[in-house]
Design a protein around this ligand. Structure first.
Ligand SMILES: *[C@@H]1O[C@H](CO)[C@@H](O)[C@H](O)[C@H]1NC(C)=O
Ligand SMILES: *[C@@H]1O[C@H](CO)[C@@H](O)[C@H](O)[C@H]1NC(C)=O
Ligand SMILES: *[C@@H]1O[C@H](CO)[C@@H](O)[C@H](O)[C@H]1NC(C)=O
Ligand SMILES: *[C@@H]1O[C@H](CO)[C@@H](O)[C@H](O)[C@H]1NC(C)=O
Ligand SMILES: *[C@@H]1O[C@H](CO)[C@@H](O)[C@H](O)[C@H]1NC(C)=O
Ligand SMILES: *[C@@H]1O[C@H](CO)[C@@H](O)[C@H](O)[C@H]1NC(C)=O
Length: 462
């Protein structure tokens, strides 16, 4: 760690030597990786106030406009998922209690990661990110919840079952899952890669974990549909989504790193889970998706969010995408070990570049997202810390054996329930009877969501 010079000029010497600025990491030294990761994890968690008065357990401040720079509900679930991996890779359990309490506080009335509190931003992908977090908890043998609380596996099954059942899964465009779960939400007429990617990803991981092939068969239908509609093209590039008003012919060709990575990890699970001919098929899918990932998102070997990083137009959501890209690539290299030769080198070059630009903020070590530029880009937040955190800990994989995602047959102990989430009422308007005041409030939120959604997707849809 380099010491900050700035406070030393003005402050007491005793204070100045305690300030650690910049993230310095030696990727050939696992204790250096652990130390850097722990610093970034601490900085990321400094945004979380769920366990202080005025905060809500399990969620980051937000959604916008309360405060304007706040976070949508899904990103909190994604942050807990990153912390599951952080603990799994490093062994540092400092945040496990706050993580477990946070996830359990957000399971929702039907224990399906769909709390009615967030009915104004409940996309299938929002629920899906929490679903992938609880799936990761089962796979990593995260300490089971207290007696009487749903198991991690059971929660993941509930997410899968609600998405398999719900009205977002219909015949429009010949199949697939809609972006939003509720017909009153903007984007209900959009079928997109991330919603279907979450469903596919959770489904194949459930199949692998439980050895119940029904999940894989259902998940495969989503994968085939995504290819048939051209959301994934013949060169394995994955595009954003399409509208049912055009029978999904208006494919919006913007590419985000998490879209290709979510299918890559799903395909790697299928490669690991299947045998013989099917495994050969999934190897071609893994190879294709990995090739597209490296080509589009790693110019110069450094993770690059190509849709928004060049013009510095990334939104709060997009700042976090590299976290999933790197984590899911790292797990791909575990489940399809032959890919490690291609994956580990770019995890390394990305981590070097990520650490170098963490010089922002008042502590002089806040991270931005412009890793390839070599300098801090001026924007700080949970997403940037999460992405740098992931870049640090995944590099332990080059030095140590990381326990692969477990299954029920290889030591996983999470309690499941095949019927979790089946036939529950997912209509969030009926689970939260709206008072006049609520309706007025909801109207404002919807307008804001609309504005931010068109801010995010408007320019890409044209
Ligand atoms: C909130 O959780 C963090 C992380 O476990 C802990 O360091 C902090 O003391 C907690 N704060 C309160 C007010 O409980
Ligand atoms: C739901 O929102 C209310 C009001 O903000 C909050 O007090 C409560 O803790 C939230 N519940 C959950 C489970 O997040
Ligand atoms: C809509 O798209 C689906 C999937 O590509 C296709 O099977 C179906 O025939 C299309 N419907 C019309 C009316 O074009
Ligand atoms: C396998 O999963 C399906 C889909 O959830 C479920 O209906 C079935 O009961 C499961 N089979 C077993 C043996 O658990
Ligand atoms: C499946 O993953 C395990 C854990 O990393 C690995 O040992 C095994 O070789 C993988 N299977 C295949 C077919 O690569
Ligand atoms: C999981 O493994 C346990 C112990 O080996 C076994 O009793 C149980 O039936 C398995 N569950 C499933 C869903 O296969």
């Amino acid at each position: 760690m380099r010491l900050s010079r700035l406070p030393c000029a003005t402050a007491l010497l005793a204070a100045c030597v305690l300030v650690k600025a910049e993230i310095i990491v030696d990727l050939d030294d696992s204790s250096s990786i652990r130390s850097a990761a722990s610093t970034v994890a601490y900085d990321m968690m400094s945004y979380y106030s769920g366990n202080t008065s005025g905060g809500i357990i399990g969620v980051l401040p937000g959604p916008p406009p309360n405060p304007a720079d706040g976070y949508y509900w899904w990103e909190s679930g994604a942050m807990w998922g990153t912390l599951v991996d952080y603990w799994h890779y490093t062994g540092d359990s400092s945040y496990n209690d706050v993580l477990q309490a946070g996830v359990l506080a957000q399971v929702g009335e039907n224990k399906d990661m769909m709390p009615s509190n967030w009915s104004q931003s409940m996309g299938n992908d929002d629920q899906g990110f929490w679903g992938m977090t609880v799936m990761a908890m089962a796979e990593a043998k995260f300490p089971d919840p207290p007696e009487g609380q749903p198991g991690w596996l059971e929660l993941a099954q509930a997410v899968f079952n609600t998405q398999n059942d719900n009205k977002g899964h219909d015949d429009a465009c010949g199949g697939g899952l809609r972006w939003q779960t509720q017909s009153y939400l903007t984007g209900y007429d959009y079928k997109n890669s991330i919603a279907n990617g979450c469903f596919f990803n959770i489904g194949v991981r459930l199949a692998r974990y439980t050895n119940n092939d029904t999940y894989a068969q259902i998940a495969l239908k989503s994968y085939d549909w995504v290819q048939s509609i051209g959301l994934m093209d013949a060169t394995f590039k994955v595009y954003d989504g399409a509208h049912i008003t055009t029978n999904c012919t208006d494919v919006n060709k913007v590419q985000f790193s998490y879209n290709v990575a979510i299918f890559l990890l799903g395909a790697a699970n299928m490669y690991n889970y299947t045998t013989d001919d099917q495994r050969l098929y999934w190897k071609t899918q893994v190879d294709g998706l990995l090739g597209a990932t490296l080509e589009v998102f790693f110019p110069n070997g450094i993770a690059y969010e190509v849709a928004c990083e060049p013009q510095l137009t990334c939104t709060t959501d997009m700042f976090s995408f590299k976290a999933y890209l790197l984590r899911w690539m790292a797990t791909t290299a575990i489940l399809a070990p032959y890919t490690a030769d291609q994956i580990l080198p770019v995890l390394r070059t990305s981590a070097v570049a990520a650490a170098k630009q963490c010089t922002g903020g008042t502590n002089q070590r806040a991270c931005g997202l412009s890793w390839a530029s070599g300098t801090f880009d001026g924007e700080t937040g949970v997403g940037q810390e999460m992405a740098t955190l992931a870049a640090m800990f995944v590099n332990l994989q080059a030095l140590e054996t990381i326990v692969p995602p477990l299954t029920n047959a290889t030591g996983g102990t999470s309690q499941g329930n095949v019927n979790a989430g089946v036939n529950v009422n997912n209509d969030l308007t009926t689970t939260t009877p709206a008072t006049t005041a609520d309706r007025a409030g909801a109207g404002i939120v919807t307008t804001i969501v609309l504005v931010s959604v068109s801010g995010m997707f408007g320019w890409m849809s044209i």
